[in-house]
Ligand binder design. Structure first.
Ligand code: URA
Length: 440
């Protein structure tokens, strides 16, 4: 007779570098979800995974077990084909706010459950919450109904979507076990698989403002997620994109929403527009809406130019009880009491606009949270005015701070100034993208 499974034996087996069986992984995740396995054992196990890693087979089993720990949303009775996108997190990353209405306006339904920001990295839910009245706690029924009726939903993650990930993520956050490829890959993909989309575009960020700071580890993470998606029968494309400087110019919540609205009005920063078009191309092609990138781009550009992408977001905000007046007039979004533009202290080429430091300066202002559950200030943030490679004249605007507290403003000013590095030599602009991986 085989011996009953015990959490401690599973921890020891992983600690000693063995491959866990599907039964062991299933036992551990079920026990964690039910509360049978205490936090200290889950944390010890996460640390063992952190040091020992996981095989591709283990990663897939872990992802499936975490996805099945809660509701698995079936969208097949709702829309013919649903797509989703996910960013591994960055600074100034408001792509979801632009690309999802854009793709929906091109006739491809998008339903997405998004997360909140943590540390230097922002979250879509926080940005959307700067719209007064918006409901971001939709039930699965409401999610499906809205997806069917208007083809676009952006909401917070329901408590019953991959609850094992919710528990494990909270533990990882306080036990130094976030930066683990198998744990990040299974965390992201469990939520994507449970969310029900048939095709997923993963925006894997690389750089000082991302979880993965170098291309090698970002590629390994992307490969892991693409492989999990393939084994779970989903079409997945992973795009590796730069996160060494903020995406676009705005970093914060309302300020980022305002910039996203500019992009949806066929304007906004060039890098943000290009990023959204690129991600949008992959989504339209995966959904079979376009055969080539060129065809996809033509559809996307038309939806920006004729206002239909902006109207799609407006329709979604109205459906979710948000105040649509802020979509028509972004000046009505929350505004900070103190706005200060800081001038360049010298002339030269910008060698660095450190994304992580700018993200942290925005957190210092109150735009983000140091720990889960902290309140945030929707109005505050930083607008950088330049990109790496720009030639800047002493005295011209370098960045603008939106603050509600003079002391915090002073601290953010110092931090944001230090995030800008000047040189006398010409500097090449940073690339937007590094590479693309596909499940098939
Ligand atoms: N995003 C997630 O959802 N999970 C991680 O572990 C890291 C980033």
């Amino acid at each position: 007779m085989s011996r009953a499974l015990r959490a401690v034996d599973i921890i020891i087996r992983k600690r000693d570098g063995h491959e866990l069986t599907p039964d062991e992984i299933g036992f551990f995740i079920t026990g964690l979800t039910r509360g049978d396995i205490p936090d200290y054992q889950a944390a010890a196990w996460a640390m063992a995974v952190y040091f020992r890693g996981m095989t591709a087979r283990e990663m897939t089993e872990l992802t499936l077990a975490m996805a099945r720990s809660g509701e698995m949303i079936d969208l097949s009775d709702t829309v013919p084909f649903a797509v989703d996108k996910h960013s591994t997190g960055g600074v100034g990353d408001k792509v979801t706010l632009v690309v999802e209405p854009l793709v929906a306006a091109c006739g491809v339904p998008v339903g997405k459950m998004s997360g909140r920001g943590l540390g230097f990295s922002g979250g879509t839910v926080d940005k959307l919450e700067s719209i007064p009245g918006i409901n971001l706690s939709l039930s699965t029924e409401q999610f499906k109904r809205q997806l069917k009726e208007i083809g676009l939903v952006l909401t917070g993650q329901s408590a019953n979507l991959a609850p094992a990930d919710g528990k494990l993520y909270a533990l990882r956050d306080v036990t130094g076990t976030i930066q683990s490829i198998p744990l990040i890959a299974s965390s992201v993909m469990s939520k994507k698989l449970a969310g029900g989309a048939q095709a997923i575009v993963l925006d894997v960020k690389v750089g000082n403002g991302a979880f993965m700071e170098d291309l090698k580890s970002a590629t390994a993470l992307a490969q892991a997620m693409v492989s999990i998606g393939r084994k779970a029968g989903r079409k997945v494309v992973a795009v590796l994109s730069d996160m060494n400087q903020p995406l676009g110019y705005a970093v914060g919540n309302a300020v980022e929403l305002r910039e996203a609205l500019d992009a949806l009005r066929n304007g906004g920063p060039a890098d943000l527009r290009e990023h959204c078009l690129h991600i949008g191309e992959h989504l339209l092609r995966l959904a079979g809406r376009a055969r080539t990138s060129k065809q996809a781009r033509a559809l996307l550009e038309a939806a920006l130019a004729d206002g239909s992408a902006l109207m799609k977001l407006r329709q979604m905000v109205a459906a979710q009880s948000g105040d649509v007046r802020v979509i028509d007039d972004p000046e009505l979004l929350p505004k900070a009491a103190l706005v200060e533009t800081v001038a360049a202290p010298r002339s030269g080429y910008l060698a660095e606009v450190n994304a992580r430091e700018i993200g942290l300066a925005a957190v210092d202002l109150g735009a983000g949270r140091a720990k889960k559950g902290d309140p945030i200030d929707y109005a505050v943030g930083i607008i950088v005015h330049h990109k790496v490679g720009d030639r800047v004249q002493q005295g011209e605007p370098l960045f603008t701070i939106h603050a509600n507290d003079a002391e915090k403003l002073a601290a953010a000013r110092e931090r944001a100034l230090a995030a800008h590095r000047f040189t006398t030599q010409r500097v090449r602009p940073l690339p937007l993208f590094y590479k693309v991986l596909r499940s098939r």
